[in-house]
Design a protein. Structure first.
Length: 143
């Protein structure tokens, strides 16, 4: 296992990982940029598809392509349903980019504000002196 004093220890090809709270906060805009790029790509594709019009046609095969095959019962998923589902998933992905950026800022703030000596002390007590850890007890009974 690599420790903070030995980044990349354990394998010669392991990259050094050095993340500071400021590094995390600074990456927020990268995810906003990715969301903007995804929005632009989605808009471009949607406009190109819309410019084709009803490319599936109005004959029986075209209607089956667009609406799905009614003989398939619940599986009657045509282009219309598949496109709507794809747009919903892409929308979720776009929202995720913003949440990831926000979460990086939160993680950076949490790391900057952490009392690392208290964390180290807790680990030391847990590893060396289990008796020093007070375990709360109660006389309550579950019936």
């Amino acid at each position: 296992m690599a420790y903070p004093t030995e980044p990349g220890a354990g394998a010669p090809y392991s990259p050094v990982t050095d993340v500071t709270p400021a590094d995390l906060v600074s990456r927020k805009d990268d995810f906003h940029d990715e969301k903007a790029a995804l929005d632009a790509a989605l808009t471009n594709v949607a406009n190109r598809l819309a410019s084709l019009g009803a490319f599936w046609g109005g004959d029986e095969d075209g209607v089956r392509f667009y609406d799905g095959d009614p003989d398939d019962g619940e599986q009657a998923r045509g282009y219309r349903a598949a496109a709507a589902e794809a747009l919903a998933h892409i929308s979720d992905l776009r929202d995720a980019y913003l949440l990831i950026g926000h979460d990086l800022v939160t993680a950076g703030a949490n790391l900057a504000g952490a009392d690392w000596q208290a964390v180290a002390d807790m680990i030391q007590v847990m590893e060396t002196d289990q008796a020093a850890i007070d375990v709360p007890t109660t006389k309550a009974r579950v019936e």
